[in-house]
Design a protein around this ligand. Structure first.
Ligand code: SF4
Length: 192
């Protein structure tokens, strides 16, 4: 769809020149996100890490490899979904982005969501979950309590599903989480 492509390109240009928060000072690349703009699924992490900052792509390190495997196990590739983060610049030493940074960057994410109009948004990990839960009555819930449970979510264009997932990195550090994250992915993809 040409209009969608135009809107995405405009948003990318905006990102290139963005210096709304201090995170832009020391990045090699801002990471817009990548994948299919017509996908019914957006996967959202916290922020780019070292590899992502170097390559300008989301989820390219070991967590990215696991994410690709989880998609592949469900007959999907990363090209078929859209992958992004709450903030588009890497925080120093991979610290959690602070509230000011999240707020500064949120309009970029919201515009992206509005253009793509997904059926499901999957926040991966507590940081991403926290951002989306702010607009719900489940504010204080953490990923360990509500992973794999679909939540009706009011996006700017209508009601969609919020599907919380563990961050793939969590399953790398704690292998006991792997079968749980695999099961959650299966459940989520059935809903597409
Ligand atoms: S993190 Fe977001 S708001 Fe901050 S400079 Fe980067 S793109 Fe702009």
């Amino acid at each position: 769809m040409q209009n969608k492509e135009d809107s995405i390109q405009k948003l990318r240009k905006k990102l290139d020149s963005c210096n709304k928060c201090q995170l832009s000072n020391q990045v090699k690349n801002k990471v817009f996100g990548e994948g299919n703009y017509n996908s019914p699924l957006i996967l959202v992490g916290e922020a780019p890490g070292k590899n992502e900052d170097e390559q300008g792509k989301p989820f390219v390190g070991s967590a990215g490899k696991l994410l690709e495997k989880l998609l592949h196990n469900n007959r999907l590739s990363r090209k078929q979904v859209f992958i992004t983060n709450i903030v588009k610049c890497r925080p120093p030493k991979n610290r959690k982005p602070n509230q000011i940074e999240v707020e500064a960057c949120s309009c970029m994410l919201e515009k992206l969501i509005k253009i793509i109009e997904p059926k499901i948004i999957a926040p991966m990990g507590n940081s991403a979950l926290e951002y989306f839960l702010k607009k719900t009555d489940l504010k204080n819930k953490v990923i360990g309590e509500i992973h794999g449970k679909p939540i009706i979510y009011e996006a700017s264009f209508g009601k969609i599903i919020l599907f919380p997932l563990y961050h793939p990195a969590a399953a790398i550090y704690n292998r006991k989480l792997l079968p749980i994250i695999e099961e959650d992915f299966k459940k989520m993809i059935k809903k597409l």
